[in-house]
Design a protein around this ligand. Structure first.
Ligand code: KG4
Ligand code: ZN
Length: 352
């Protein structure tokens, strides 16, 4: 079966064609980053308008890319159409959802609404179809940092979530504060490579209730305080302008990145206790981070556990992962009702 999937939950308009569970025929992502750069973050109303402008073109590109890849597909070849229905920005979600429903209705084929986070979780299986289950599945993105116990497809137990900022948000906010640009994650990763990760110490957050939850706003605030105290802000003439920032900024970024990675690894390790786990999965935009990839693989090798990541191109938002999450349901002949609403706060829930 071939399915078309659409993703429009935040600042990427994306479409993909997927065949037989993990064969990506095409995947097109139109990033809106340049539109949001002047604001240092995503502006919801601008995002919705960009999706409206882009979606027709992105879907057309998706069909022509499949043809260029040697797998021509027409609308008539589709078995189902899927779209992200939440969580995300309500206006942005509605663009993709309405597009997908209309096309599926016109073609008289099933429509499926997908949870964006299930998309990130499923992105692992595009690259590693035989990833062993049960697994601990860590989703680390700009909007979410959550840990799930994945027993089988579509069967999840949420073990932890962030109580404040998401890990990607923590990267983005410090980079914005230091005037380094947006999105912060890739910029911090590049600059951190030139810094000393042991230069600044950030404490691991602890909760009195021994929960596995994450928290990143404490380290974000201490990093900002450290930057203020040590005059590392862009307002200080020595730090402004083009080129590589001074060494103390690089050291701060390297230490900050290391402390975010530490927290992700330590919390995930705690979740191993009392559970049967055969592999660790790490997905979402932050899973592109080379330091996280390297250290996670080393860390869990001690426990004899393989660590799986999506292909780097499929870590940030894309529609191939939405198609992957929808595939099993589509294959089983399931369809969602035409009045399925977009849900900005949609939680990940198990089926069956
Ligand atoms: O999954 P995603 O595209 O969107 C959400 O669902 O939120 O993730 C975007 C986030 C941003 O916060 C971005 O800074 C972060 O992923 N990110 C990274 C890297 N690449 C993207 N964070 C750390 N290192 C990276 N290389
Ligand atoms: Zn995402």
């Amino acid at each position: 079966m071939i399915i078309l999937a659409i993703e429009s939950s935040c600042d990427e308009t994306a479409a993909a064609l997927l065949k037989d569970r993990n064969q990506i025929l095409s995947s097109v992502v139109a990033s809106q980053i340049p539109v949001h750069v002047p604001y240092g973050g995503v502006v919801p109303e601008l995002a919705s308008r960009e999706h409206v402008d882009n979606i027709g073109y992105v879907v057309a590109q998706c069909f022509s890319q499949a043809e260029q890849n040697g797998s021509p597909v027409g609308w008539g070849d589709l078995g189902a159409i899927a779209a992200t229905r939440g969580p995300g920005l309500i206006g942005a979600l509605m663009v993709g959802l309405v597009y997908a429903k209309s096309a599926a209705f016109a073609l008289r084929i099933p429509f499926l609404g997908v949870n964006h986070l299930e998309g990130h979780i499923a992105s692992i299986f595009l690259e590693h179809p035989a990833a062993e289950l049960p697994a601990l599945s860590l989703v680390v993105s700009g909007g979410h940092t959550s840990l799930y116990y994945l027993v089988k497809w579509h069967s999840y137990e949420q073990l932890a979530r962030t109580r404040d900022d998401a890990a990607g948000e923590a990267f983005d906010k410090l980079a914005k504060y230091l005037g380094l640009g947006y999105p912060g994650g890739p910029i911090v990763e590049r600059l951190a490579a030139g810094g000393n990760a042991k230069a600044v110490r950030f404490p691991l957050p602890r909760f009195t209730d021994r929960s596995l939850d994450f928290s990143f706003s404490g380290i974000k605030t201490s990093a900002i305080r450290y930057a203020e105290t040590n005059r590392l802000t862009p307002q200080n003439p020595g730090n402004s302008g083009q080129g590589t920032p001074p060494q103390p900024v690089l050291d701060l970024l390297a230490s900050y990145q290391a402390s975010i990675v530490d927290q992700l690894l330590i919390r995930t390790e705690s979740a191993l206790q009392g559970r049967e786990v055969k592999s660790i999965h790490i997905s979402g935009g932050v899973s592109c981070n080379g330091e996280l990839r390297r250290r996670a693989s080393e860390y869990f090798a001690r426990f004899g556990l393989p660590v799986y990541f999506p292909h780097p191109a499929l870590t940030t938002d894309n529609a191939a992962m939405i198609a992957a999450a929808a595939y099993i349901r589509a294959e089983a002949g399931e369809a969602d009702p035409w009045d399925l609403p977009a849900d900005p706060n949609l939680a990940v829930t198990s089926r069956g």
